[in-house]
Design a protein around this ligand. Structure first.
Ligand code: NAD
Length: 272
């Protein structure tokens, strides 16, 4: 169900499924999306300082009337705030906007070359102080993870990266699995760009599910946490309706074979 969780390497339970709110406007739009999602059973929300909607996210959490401890709230430190002191400050700014007293997950948004190691030290401090239940990274390639882990005291619990049928990240996925780092998919639907793929259409007909549902189910069955975005209640509900069917191994392989190493966002080696 939507409440199913994966256990991170520090024992924290993270929902397999959540709502992304990138490009969702602060105020009524983000409040309505989150309230629809929580009503539909979502328990996890993915925001970031750079999305500029943390205040609305916090307001939605209050209005939804679900005990705080049943929700899983993620935010991220933006590139220009990286570095030790500035990350600590950015974290407190996010917490204040969200009007929360802790975060469930805090991520380094992108691997800013010059500063990500100092940023990680700040993440470790925040974690040890109990202000965040889990810490992780986003947009880290294997070489970024290896480099970080050389000196890190705490191994990241999560790596959130672009992941969808045209970018299946097989090497990164197995590297993360071998190191107990949970992979999480951003733009899991590739923003709707490939819904007309013939294989997805074929599977859609076979399972009587939409292309979006086929893809999101593939995320879960490949061991990847997923956070599709929608601001429309019917799609918020549709996207979550993936717990009543199972793709065969053969069909998972078919979806895997759609990989073209094709990105809808920036490459983490070249994002400036
Ligand atoms: P997505 O792949 O989730 O696609 C969302 C878009 O797909 C929607 O805007 C809508 O146009 C369409 N859509 C959604 N559900 C649909 C449905 N059922 N039928 C038809 N169309 C549908 O894209 P995203 O928003 O980029 O990614 C999801 C979340 O990942 C973001 O909201 C954000 O939280 C996170 N993210 C993180 C990073 C990062 O750098 N860490 C980058 C991008 C996104």
């Amino acid at each position: 169900s939507l409440h199913d969780t994966t256990t991170l390497h520090n024992g924290v339970k993270m929902p397999w499924f959540g709502l992304g709110v990138y490009k969702v406007e602060d105020g009524q739009e983000v409040i309505n999306s989150i309230k629809s999602a929580i009503k539909a059973g979502y328990r996890s929300i993915d925001t970031a300082a750079i999305y500029k909607n943390e205040e609305g996210v916090g307001q939605a959490v209050k209005e939804a009337g679900i005990p705080r401890e049943q929700l899983f709230i993620t935010s991220k430190v933006w590139n220009s705030d990286q570095g030790y002191e500035s990350t600590i400050a950015a974290f407190h700014e996010s917490l204040k906007k969200l009007d929360l007293d802790y975060l469930d997950l805090y991520l380094i948004h992108w691997p800013v070359k010059e500063t990500y190691k100092e940023t990680w030290k700040a993440m470790e401090t925040l974690y040890k102080e109990g202000k965040v239940k889990a810490i992780g990274v986003s947009n880290f390639h294997i070489h970024h993870l290896e480099d970080l882990m050389e000196e890190a005291e705490i191994i990241p619990m999560v790596n959130q990266v672009e992941y969808h049928p045209r970018l299946t990240q097989k090497e990164l996925l197995s590297f993360c699995q071998n190191n107990n780092i949970q992979l999480e998919a951003w733009s899991p639907l590739a923003r709707g760009r490939f819904f007309d793929d013939p294989i997805l259409i074929e599977l859609s007909q076979k399972y009587e599910k939409t292309a979006a549902q086929i893809i999101l189910r593939w995320d879960l069955q490949t061991g990847v946490v997923t956070i599709p975005k929608s601001v429309h209640e019917h799609r918020i509900i549709e996207n979550a309706n993936i717990f009543d069917f199972e793709l065969s191994n053969e069909d998972i392989a078919k979806i895997d074979s759609l990989n073209q190493n094709e990105r809808v966002g920036s490459d983490p080696d070249n994002f400036h």
